[in-house]
Design a protein around this ligand. Structure first.
Ligand code: PPS
Ligand code: MG
Length: 202
């Protein structure tokens, strides 16, 4: 066990601020936070969205669960405690990008209201644009892009979201995308339409 550090003196007020950096990039930074079941379409939308935003001159960074869990969070699993720590760290990382003027596109199952509240609190609710990527468990299981649903059914994966680990839909998201009713291109268009006005710097 490590002991918690003391004698820490943060210098937040003396470093170049967010406004200056947003000015350099000529954009408003935001955290686009996509939540949804595994296989609901978060990553697909994020990739399409990043391309569309890049075409329009915005600087973005995708933060994706599957990637982050091979690096900064590779010591974490899928217990409630580990998922909360996963999301806490990601929210802190997102805040660093936010302060750097960069738009992050986050793809995390982030399964419960409490977990997303942790993120929202750290990022700040003004900058936290919650996108609910909605596809039912049944639809995601039929897609089963990564074969995880089959493994979860066979008991090879424990704590699988929607099966033996809870998923709570957001009650009042910034935006909801029903991916079983739209193509990926249409989904990206809908996100762009809703989000663009928030990103443009006047
Ligand atoms: S969480 O709940 O926000 O901490 O999860 P996240 O960091 O987004 O990681 C989800 C990706 O991990 C893979 N995976 C699982 N997902 C859910 N439950 C269990 N038990 C699990 N085990 C592995 C899976 O590839 C998830 O990616 P997506 O893109 O959501 O399918
Ligand atoms: Mg994904």
């Amino acid at each position: 066990m490590t002991t918690k550090a003391t004698n820490i003196h943060p210098v937040f007020d003396r470093i170049l601020g967010r406004e200056d950096k947003e000015g350099i990039l000529n954009q408003n930074s935001k955290v686009i936070w996509m939540t949804g079941l595994s296989g609901s379409g978060k990553t697909t939308i994020a990739i399409g969205l990043e391309k569309e935003l890049q075409k329009r001159g915005f600087l973005t960074q995708i933060l994706d669960g599957d990637n982050i869990r091979t690096g900064i969070n590779k010591n974490l699993g899928f217990s409630e405690e580990d998922r909360t720590e996963n999301i806490r760290r990601i929210a802190e990382v997102s805040k660093l990008f936010l302060n750097c003027g960069v738009i992050t596109i986050n793809c995390f199952v982030s399964p419960t209201i409490d977990i997303r509240d942790v993120a929202k609190e750290i990022v700040g609710k003004e900058d936290f644009l919650e996108v609910y990527v909605n596809a039912s468990y049944k639809v995601c299981e039929e897609r089963d892009v990564k074969g995880l649903y089959k493994k979860a059914r066979n008991g090879e994966i424990k704590n699988f979201t929607g099966l033996d680990s809870p998923f709570e839909a957001p009650e009042n998201p910034f935006l909801e995308i029903k991916t079983s009713e739209m193509t990926p291109v249409e989904s990206v268009e809908k996100v762009i339409e809703a989000i663009l006005p928030r990103l443009i710097r006047n």
